[in-house]
Each structure stands twice: as structure tokens, then as C-alpha cells.
Ligand binder design. Structure first.
Ligand code: PXP
Length: 259
């Protein structure tokens, strides 16, 4: 079970002050790695609202666990990726106005454009993953297009978790994960996952072997430190809750009560 930690929001905190260098995503990556995470995930957005190109380039040199770069299907970003060579490139849809990535990539609709990019990145020895909604046709298209992995968008599941226990989204995620696994794709999931809603997905869908989690971990780190926040999530994923963590009934909104 792999945990990829998305450290974009460390950069968000830096960027809101514009002229400072802290908190440094490089320091965050070192702590995340030390805490036992399996991957560093970053999103180099077109508007550079958090991670900057120099972050990507330095992280490439300093991180020793796999580096997963989320990117839009855009010539400039794909060229940067081919040059810097993260271990994995995950294609995501990107709109300037959105707060965070909303919805998965439509691989069916943009098949030809995406295929060109995937071929190009594979020629540069970079594995490619597609961030898609949990829909069978998107999984099938991802296989056909030559991706090595899919990352299933858990956003809707997370939205429905509180009131409806995930509604039918868990079923949709499961169906897509089984399909992807049958097709030989590496199956990841992410978006909106936190210390409350992740367990059910882990328990119910063994085909998902990688989770990319950002906001909840960085938010918890504000109170307990990054090392502990990552360690706790990793322990949660591997089903070994550490002693001393608060019980489910004591948890606050979107994460554990503070220790
Ligand atoms: N995976 C992908 C593809 C994403 O775009 C994001 C958000 O940047 C995440 C995972 C992490 O989402 P969150 O910050 O909600 O955990």
C-alpha cells in the first residue's frame, strides 16, 4: 500500500506571502520521506499558484522516493516534464478558476491529444497515470491510450461520505478499480481523502494500491507536525492504527481531534 503525499499546500502557504521562502516544499518533502511515505506528489499548475518550476527541478534532485508530477495536457508543461523527468506524470484537468482539481480527465473525449503526450513522455522514460472519474469507459480508454496507471477521483465519494456514507460512489470506485486491475493497470486514488473517510475505501477496495493525499495531511500537520501527520495516515492505510490516537467518535470535522 503506497502513500503519496501531495505537498502543494506547503507551497500555497509560502505563496500567500509572495516574498518569503518559507515554508519550503523541499523541507516538507524530506520530512514526508522520513515519515515513511512512498511518493511525493506535486502539481505544477499553469497559473503557478503554489508549486513553482524551481520547486519541481530541485525536488527532482533531492527526493529519493518516486516523484509524481500532476500536470495539465499542455505543451509547455509537458515539455518541462520531459526535461525534468519525474518518475510519474499524472494527467489532470485544469481550470484557472477552480479552487482545486474538479472532476476527472475526460480521456475518451481528448483521446488523440492525450495519446500524443503519453507517447512523448513514455519516450522520455516517464510512466503516465490518468486522473479519471470512476467510470468504466474512462478506465478502458486509459488502458487503450497506453497509460500505466489510473488514479480514481474520490472527490464525490468524500462529499457524500458524511451524510450518506459515500452513497453509491463506493460502488462506482470499486467497479472501476476492479476493471482497471483486470486490465493490468496500477490503481491509485485521491482527492478529498482524510483521516475519517479513507478507511472504508482501503477496506472495501483492495485493488487500489496507492493513495495520493494532500490537504488533510498538511492541515493536520499544522497541529501535530508533518512527521506525525504523515505517519498517522500511513498507519491508517496499512491498517495499524497507532496506540494513543483518538477514537472515531472523538474525531472533529475532516480529521482527528487534536492530541
Ligand atoms: N490526486 C490528484 C490527481 C489531485 O489533483 C489532488 C489535488 O491536487 C490530490 C490527489 C490530493 O487531493 P487532496 O489535497 O484533496 O488530498
Amino acid at each position: 500500500m503506497k502513500l503519496g503525499v501531495n505537498i502543494d499546500h506547503v507551497a500555497t502557504l509560502r505563496q500567500v506571502r509572495g516574498n518569503v521562502r518559507y515554508p519550503d516544499p523541499l523541507t516538507a518533502a524530506a520530512i514526508v520521506e522520513n515519515a515513511g511515505a512512498d511518493q511525493i506528489t506535486i502539481h505544477l499548475r499553469e497559473d503557478r499558484r503554489h508549486i513553482q518550476e524551481h520547486d519541481l527541478r530541485t525536488l527532482r534532485k533531492t527526493v529519493s522516493i518516486p516523484l509524481n508530477l500532476e500536470l495539465a495536457a499542455d505543451n509547455k508543461i509537458v515539455d518541462i516534464a520531459a526535461e525534468v523527468k519525474p518518475d510519474v506524470c499524472t494527467f489532470v484537468p485544469e481550470k484557472r478558476q477552480e479552487l482545486t482539481t474538479e472532476g476527472g480527465l475526460n480521456v475518451v473525449k481528448y483521446f488523440n491529444k492525450l495519446r500524443t503526450y503519453i507517447k512523448f513522455l513514455k519516450e522520455h522514460s516517464i510512466a503516465v497515470s490518468m486522473f479519471i472519474d470512476p467510470e468504466t469507459e474512462q478506465v478502458d480508454a486509459s488502458k487503450e491510450i497506453g497509460a500505466h496507471a489510473v488514479e480514481l477521483h474520490t472527490g464525490k465519494y468524500c462529499e457524500l461520505f458524511k451524510d450518506k456514507n459515500g452513497g453509491n460512489e463506493l460502488t462506482r470506485l470499486k467497479k472501476s478499480a476492479i476493471r482497471a486491475d483486470e486490465l493490468g493497470l496500477h490503481v491509485a486514488a485521491g482527492h478529498g481523502l482524510n483521516y475519517d473517510n479513507t478507511s472504508m475505501v482501503v477496506k472495501e477496495i483492495p485493488q487500489i494500491v496507492e493513495y495520493n493525499i494532500g490537504h488533510a495531511i498538511i492541515a493536520r500537520a499544522v497541529f501535530v507536525g508533518l512527521l506525525q501527520a504523515v505517519t498517522e495516515m500511513k498507519q491508517l492505510l496499512i491498517g495499524e492504527r497507532a496506540s494513543g490516537l483518538v477514537s472515531a467518535s472523538e474525531r472533529g470535522m475532516g480529521g482527528r481531534s487534536e492530541v
